[in-house]
Design a protein around this ligand. Structure first.
Ligand code: AMP
Length: 143
């Protein structure tokens, strides 16, 4: 299954943030949208970073409550691993495993078009495995 196919089943749109927003504002946006990471973009919608709930936990563990006023730009990850629409679920899984992160923004011709989380990967991989098993059962039954 390709990234493009997964995105057609998901809600359209990606929740993004601005690097100048504070960590407190990042927390509010993550909570409001019930998501685990915000893709940070500039005014031309280029991906310039990503900040996840793990970053927020680290920032507060290191800096205490006062760090909630820090700009996200100080703590976000700037080198973002992305996928494109033609990549497969296997490609996404490999990038997540190698990079040890659970979110991969999807970029098409330089434009941010979606995000895939580890939850999406598990959901669609499970569906694929169930479909393969059903095909195998049907093949055995009719052989
Ligand atoms: P996560 O597992 O997604 O909560 O992220 C764990 C760490 O990896 C955090 O420091 C994130 O900022 C970073 N991170 C998350 N997604 C990506 C990505 N696609 N590329 C690079 N770093 C990422």
């Amino acid at each position: 299954m390709t990234v493009q196919k997964i995105l057609t089943f998901k809600d359209a749109g990606v929740t993004t943030g601005d690097p100048s927003m504070t960590i407190a504002e990042v927390c509010n946006r993550l909570a409001e949208h019930r998501i685990g990471a915000l893709v940070m973009t500039d005014e031309r919608r280029n991906v310039v970073g990503i900040i996840s709930e793990r970053d927020v936990v680290r920032v507060i563990a290191n800096g205490g409550g006062g760090a909630l006023a820090d700009p996200a730009s100080r703590h976000m990850t700037r080198t973002v691993t992305t996928c494109n629409l033609r990549d497969t679920v296997g490609d996404v899984m490999e990038k997540m495993t190698r990079g040890r992160f659970r979110h991969v923004p999807i970029v098409n011709n330089g434009e941010l078009v979606g995000i895939i989380s580890i939850g999406d990967v598990v959901k669609y991989r499970m569906a694929e495995i169930e479909r393969e098993a059903a095909e195998m059962r049907s093949y055995i039954a009719t052989a």
